[in-house]
Ligand binder design. Structure first.
Ligand code: BGC
Length: 785
């Protein structure tokens, strides 16, 4: 309730200070936040003592096999590829019940399976249905990396609130989100699923996602249980190769990879998913340090842990477990409560208990949090969804408005050299939309977005056609098809609808290429939509090269060579190698995978009905050879800024093409008047930092004001810069606002590899405030003993 009031107050402050720019504050913001606040006070909340008493009562009645069924998550369709060594899911449900079922997006099938569990299993324990509702169920929002580019946690919370409401309305009570893996290497295909490379921003977005999905620390009746994943270190895969081992020293875990997870735990996340890969030679799914020491003992996490898909069984493939029994033992004793899809617990835990290697007490302790979750969520009272009623939720027109606004706020203007953008309709008679993603629909949703029940998708072509109106002719040329030379293992999975573009003969591809160039020649403007299909940047979608693949670069250069103005719109899941475009294509908009309203949002931005305000949450390299590349690296004895030293490579500059935090607007901003509350503060004290941001252009716009710090010396080298605050500020032309930040213990501490603990050190600090991680506006202060 207090949170709600605070949020209302915050909102009304925003509304009054910006009321003169009313057009920039859609009514939808208010109307979507208020229902969210209500959802945070579940009227059915059951006191915790009763929750545990009920769970214990059930445990007393349950057989060992029934308990182990609660520790199992069954694949919801009997496809041999997915059931592998598991028993037939339906038989298990009827006989023993099941902790959870996953991969069933269809409401009627969920309902049917739930009826089996509740009506036919002996103790009538409902199933917890889980699905990858990562950024929407019917309404598909921008993919997580895109949404994080908004630097707008409030928006992220709203979006996940709607995603949760839609999912819960059809009986999905558990989402495998948020994905909190820090990603510093764009070769890794799953970068798109997270918030980027920064622990501070990652923590803010993590918190917002948990609050949105669950409605608060307790799962509200119209929300879903959140599941933070993949715990932990998955994004550090060697060479950016998905599933490969990660080697992350303990201090880097604490300082960089773990903060988003800790923020999620602090926000009350109810479940966690263990990662696939080896972390420092111990697979995350059998890693006691991660799952017990850090998660339960240090953070006091009270929810339950599910493995990633088949990851318990995979402990054998890792060369960590001798056989299925050993795999079950190692995962269970490390702290994995629930086995996702591999059936290993079902098969081997009974014997492990009979042999006395695992006690009944240990089993009860692992089942209890699962039962408690179901009790707290009210599943026993309300196991079934009200499907006719769900149609109202799924078709709420406000959801589409929010998806459009979220997409507008997620797209980053990387370049607008000639000021061609926003486009002036009165100067255009014909537009060529060119490129293999120009008419894409499912591909705008990204991998998980296509695996739920997405509604209609507006392609970029459609969005531009609708916006251009009848006075401007809009024609489309696809250009050569694009595809992965090595196919995705996810292409033929039934509930994911991802498809390659068909292979063409060289002649067909050449004709498509020539048609595209010809169209550009006879048009006033070419809007090129290039990038990656959804299965090119996803799970199992790492790349060694970040090029615009399959002749896309060549097509871009050929269209630019016509001399017609070119706007490049990128649809993709990671920074790509656009070194040539960054010099020769004056207008570049990064749209990421923008979701179902993506085409409308691209058109809104290109034609100036919305103003770009998103900023990079990952460092954009010049070439894939620079990866991993991240802004918060340490200083070296010879920095790039030293005289006579230009680069750490001799064939390319080692600096990024675009720095972390970068993003343009249709207006310009100036930052000045940096003030610190003191030049010296005692350890334990707080420094207030303020700076002015002014809109120096001729249009209204939103700046993302960022605060970075650097500790100059200490018990360890500290990053050259690290983000410790940010705020979105919307300003009319000529307007100015003072932004305030606080630097206290949370911002100044770090885990010291020499002290083996969290420290705040009496040292000299630098501070910068500005529009990206290269911000020049500088101040300094000292912490004293
Ligand atoms: C992915 C997880 C996902 C799970 C269930 C795995 O392959 O790594 O992120 O939640 O499948 O679909």
């Amino acid at each position: 309730m207090r949170r709600c009031n605070e949020r209302r107050q915050r909102l009304s402050r925003h509304v009054s200070s910006f009321s003169r720019f009313i057009l920039l504050i859609p009514f939808v913001t208010l109307s979507l936040i208020l229902p969210q606040c209500r959802a945070q006070q579940p009227s059915t909340a059951i006191p915790e003592t009763q929750v545990t008493a009920r769970a214990n009562g059930l445990l007393q009645q349950m057989t060992l096999d029934e308990k182990i069924a609660q520790l199992s998550q069954l694949p919801g369709f009997p496809d041999p590829q997915f059931t592998r060594n598991a028993a037939n899911p339906e038989d298990v449900i009827k006989k023993l019940g099941a902790g959870s079922v996953l991969w069933v997006p269809e409401p009627k099938e969920i309902d049917r399976l739930q009826h089996l569990a509740v009506e036919q299993s002996r103790l009538h324990i409902p199933i917890l249905f889980g699905l990858d509702v990562i950024h929407g169920y019917r309404t598909t929002f921008p993919a997580p990396l895109a949404l994080a580019s908004s630097w707008n946690p409030q928006l992220v919370e709203q979006v996940q609130g709607v995603a949760a409401q839609e999912a819960r309305s059809v009986g999905i009570q558990w989402s495998f989100a948020p994905m909190l893996d820090i990603a510093r290497d764009a070769r890794w295909g799953r970068m798109i699923e997270g918030a980027g490379e920064d622990p501070y921003l990652g923590a803010a977005i993590a918190r917002a996602q948990v609050l949105g999905l669950q409605g608060g620390p307790q799962v509200a009746p119209d929300r879903v249980l959140a599941c933070m994943k993949h715990f932990a270190g998955y994004g550090a895969a060697d060479g950016g190769r998905d599933y490969d081992s990660s080697y992350v020293p303990e201090e880097l875990m604490w300082n960089v990879y773990l903060p988003p997870f800790q923020a999620a735990v602090d926000a009350g996340v109810g479940s966690a998913m263990s990662a696939y890969m080896d972390l420092n030679d111990v697979p995350a799914t059998g890693n006691k340090w991660l799952l017990t020491e850090v998660l339960r003992k240090t953070w006091n996490f009270k929810g339950f842990v599910v493995s990633d898909a088949f990851a318990v069984d995979s402990l054998i493939k890792h060369g960590y477990a001798r056989d299925g029994s050993d795999a079950a033992y190692k995962a269970f004793t490390a702290g994995v409560n629930m086995d996702m899809a591999s059936g290993t617990y079902l098969k081997y835990l009974p014997a492990l208990v009979q042999q006395g290697r695992i006690s009944q007490q240990q089993i009860d302790d692992m089942v209890r949090p699962i039962l408690e979750t179901k009790i707290r969520m009210g599943l026993f009272e309300h196991p079934y969804a009200d499907l006719p009623k769900s149609e109202q939720v799924l078709n709420d027109p406000q959801h589409l408005q929010l998806a459009r606004k979220a997409a507008q706020e997620s797209m980053i203007l990387l370049r607008n050299e000639n000021g061609l953008l926003p486009l002036d309709k009165s100067k255009l008679k014909s537009i060529a939309v060119i490129g293999p993603l120009g008419d894409a629909t499912t591909d705008l949703l990204s991998m998980w977005g296509s695996g739920t029940a997405p509604g209609p998708v507006v392609s970029v072509l459609q969005g531009i056609r609708d916006k251009a109106g009848s006075a401007i002719s809009v024609e489309y040329a696809h250009g050569p098809n694009i595809s992965r030379p090595i196919p995705s293992p996810f292409e033929n999975i039934p509930f994911l609808k991802m498809k390659e573009q068909p292979k063409q003969t060289p002649e067909e591809a050449q004709k498509a290429f020539d048609d595209a160039v010809a169209l550009a020649k006879r048009s006033d403007l070419a809007i090129m939509v290039l990038g990656e299909l959804d299965l090119m940047s996803a799970e199992s979608a790492s790349r060694a090269s970040l090029s615009l693949s399959n002749r896309q670069e060549e097509l871009l250069e050929a269209v630019a060579a016509t001399g017609k103005p070119v706007v490049l719109v990128l649809v993709n899941g990671r920074p790509l190698d656009i070194a040539w475009a960054s010099e020769h294509v004056p207008e570049i908009l990064e749209a990421w995978y923008p979701g179902g309203q993506g085409g409308n949002a691209v058109a809104d931005l290109l034609f100036g009905e919305a103003s770009p305000s998103a900023h990079l949450t990952v460092t954009w390299p010049r070439s894939s050879g620079q990866e991993p590349l991240y802004y918060n690296h340490n200083l070296t004895q010879l920095p790039e800024t030293a005289p006579d030293f230009k680069s750490r490579y001799w064939d390319v500059k080692s600096t990024p093409l675009y720095p972390f935090g970068y993003g343009l607007s249709y207006t310009t901003f100036a930052f000045d008047n940096l003030k610190l509350s003191a030049e010296k503060a005692q350890l334990g004290g707080t420094i207030d930092v303020s700076a002015d941001v002014s809109n120096t252009g001729s249009r209204a716009g939103t700046a993302v004001v960022q605060l970075y710090i650097h500790q100059r010396a200490g018990s360890a080298s500290r990053p050259v810069r690290q983000l410790e605050g940010f705020e979105r500020v919307t300003l009319a032309p000529g307007a100015k606002q003072t932004v305030h930040f606080k630097l206290g213990k949370n911002e100044l501490q770090f885990y010291s590899p020499t002290e083996h603990e969290w420290v705040v050190e009496p040292e000299q600090f630098d501070v910068w405030v500005g529009g990206d991680s290269n911000a020049p506006l500088h101040g300094e202060f000292e912490l004293t003993k």
